[in-house]
Design a protein around this ligand. Structure first.
Ligand SMILES: NC(=O)c1ccc[n+]([C@@H]2O[C@H](COP(=O)([O-])OP(=O)(O)OC[C@H]3O[C@@H](n4cnc5c(N)ncnc54)[C@H](OP(=O)(O)O)[C@@H]3O)[C@@H](O)[C@H]2O)c1
Length: 368
C-alpha cells in the first residue's frame, strides 16, 4: 500500500527578530530526524517592517530564492501561499498581529505571552472560533518530549498527588546597559520579567498541578504576588507569585518566580508529590534532563532515575508539528496547549500585575 504523503504546512513569518530566526531554523530541520513522518514544514513568506530586512532574513536563514519577502506584515496575511503565520513581534503587538492574521483567514501560532491580558486573548479566541482557524500560543515547552514524559509519569499515579512545587526562571538581561527602549525594559512593549519569563514557570504549574488528574482541570483557587520594579523604567525586574489549586480533597500550590537581574537557578522546577519528587533541570523553557526520586513509606528515597533528551534542532519544531497536525485534522485548538491554559496563564498574570501595581501605559492593552 502506498504511504500517505505528509501534510506540508506553508508558513509565513511575521517579524525578523531573534525568536523568528530560532523558530525558522527549527522549521528547516528535517522532521525525520525527530521521527516525525506525517507532517512537514515550508517557509513561503517573510514579513518585516522593511523589505530589505525580510530579504536579508531569507538570504541568511531560509536560503530559498522562492520565498517571498514583504516590507509589511499585511503582505504575508494576504499571501495565498501561506497557510499559517508565526508571530515573533514584541508582546504588545501580538494582539493586533494575531487579529489581522485571523481576519485574513490564516492559522496563527503566536509567541508568548500570547497577549498583554486575558481580555485580549478571549477576544482572539472568539474570533478564531468565528473564522474557523487554528490559533495557539507558542508555548513550545509543552510539546517537547521531556515535558510529555513528566506528564506521563505523574499521570501514572506512581508518585501520588502533587502537593507543592517551585519553578523559577531567571537571566541577567544587563538592564543597566541596554537601551530603555529595549523590549525587556520598555513598558510600551510590555517590558519586565513577568510577561517575558513568566510563561515558563506558569507552564510548569499548569503541567504539574492544573493538568494533574486529581485537579480535574479546576481553575486556581488563589493567586498571591509580589513584584520588585526597576527604577530605570518602572517595569518589574523580579516577580514571585503563588498559584493555589484546591478541588475537593486535592490541594496543592505552586511557588513561581522570575528575575531579569540574576542567573538561573538549579534545578529550575521541583514538583513534590506525596510519594516522590520530579526535578527538572534549567533552563526550564527547554530542559534536557529531569530526575525522579521515589520515596518509601518513611519518606526516604529508595530509587532515583535521570532521563536525558537529545534531538536535532533546538526544540521549537515540536510545537510546529503540533500546529501542522491540528490544521490537518481541522482542529481550532491544541489538546496539549489549548485556549483554557493560555487563558489561565493570562488571568494569573493580570492578577499578579494588579497585586504588584504594574499598570501598562494607556493604549497598550487593546481590549480590557
Ligand atoms: N519562545 C521563546 O523561546 C522566545 C524567546 C525569545 C522571545 N520570545 C518572544 O518573542 C517575541 C519577540 O522577542 P524577540 O526576542 O525575538 O524580540 P526582537 O529580537 O526584538 O524582535 C522583535 C521583532 O519584532 C518586530 N517589531 C515590530 N514592531 C516592533 C517594535 N515596536 N519594536 C521592536 N520590534 C518590533 C521587529 O521585526 P521587523 O523589523 O522585521 O518587523 C523585531 O525584529 C516576544 O514576545 C518574546 O516574549 C519567545
Amino acid at each position: 500500500m502506498a504511504s500517505l504523503k505528509p501534510l506540508e504546512l506553508r508558513w509565513g513569518i511575521i517579524a525578523t527578530g531573534r525568536i523568528s530566526r530560532d523558530f525558522v531554523l527549527d522549521l528547516l530541520v528535517d522532521p525525520k530526524t525527530r521521527d516525525v513522518h506525517d507532517v512537514s514544514h515550508k517557509v513561503t513568506a517573510v514579513g518585516s517592517r522593511s523589505t530589505e530586512k525580510a530579504q536579508e532574513f531569507i538570504d541568511q536563514y531560509v536560503k530559498d530564492g522562492a520565498v517571498k519577502a514583504y516590507g509589511s506584515y499585511e503582505g504575508v496575511y494576504d499571501d495565498p501561499n501561506v497557510d499559517a503565520i508565526y508571530i515573533g513581534t514584541p508582546h504588545t503587538h501580538h494582539y493586533t498581529n494575531a487579529r489581522d492574521g485571523i481576519l485574513a483567514g490564516k492559522h496563527v501560532l503566536c509567541e508568548k505571552p500570547v497577549t498583554c491580558n486575558a481580555a485580549e486573548l478571549k477576544s482572539l479566541v472568539a474570533l478564531a472560533q468565528e473564522r474557523k482557524v487554528f490559533f495557539m500560543e507558542a508555548l513550545w515547552t509543552r510539546f517537547q518530549p521531556l515535558t510529555r514524559e513528566v506528564r506521563r509519569i505523574a499521570d501514572s499515579g506512581v508518585l501520588g498527588e502533587p502537593v507543592l512545587m517551585h519553578a523559577d526562571l531567571a537571566f541577567d538581561a544587563d538592564i543597566e546597559n541596554i537601551p530603555k527602549t529595549h523590549r525587556m525594559l520598555d513598558p510600551q512593549l510590555g517590558g519586565g520579567a513577568l510577561l517575558d519569563l513568566g510563561p515558563y514557570p506558569t507552564i510548569w504549574a499548569i503541567v504539574g498541578l492544573y493538568e494533574h488528574p486529581s485537579n480535574k482541570l479546576a481553575q486556581p483557587s488563589a493567586v498571591t504576588a509580589a513584584m520588585v520594579k526597576t527604577p530605570i523604567t518602572g517595569v518589574d525586574s523580579a516577580t514571585s507569585w503563588t498559584v493555589s489549586f484546591s478541588n475537593g480533597d486535592f490541594a496543592a500550590h505552586a511557588n513561581l518566580s522570575v528575575s531579569m537581574v540574576i542567573p538561573s537557578n538549579e534545578p529550575g522546577v521541583t514538583i513534590r508529590y506525596r510519594k516522590g519528587v520530579i526535578k527538572v533541570a534549567s533552563p526550564i523553557f527547554c530542559p534536557k534532563s529531569f530526575t525522579v526520586q521515589y520515596f518509601n513509606e518513611k519518606g526516604k528515597v529508595y530509587k532515583e532515575e535521570t532521563r536525558v533528551y537529545e534531538y536535532v534542532g533546538s526544540g521549537w519544531h515540536f510545537q510546529a508539528d503540533e500546529v501542522a497536525r491540528c490544521v490537518r485534522d481541522g482542529k481550532l485548538q491544541s489538546d496539549l496547549w489549548g485556549w483554557d491554559k493560555s487563558i489561565l496563564e493570562m488571568t494569573v498574570f493580570d492578577e499578579v500585575r494588579r497585586q504588584g501595581g504594574y499598570v501598562l501605559p494607556p493604549g497598550v492593552e487593546k481590549v480590557q
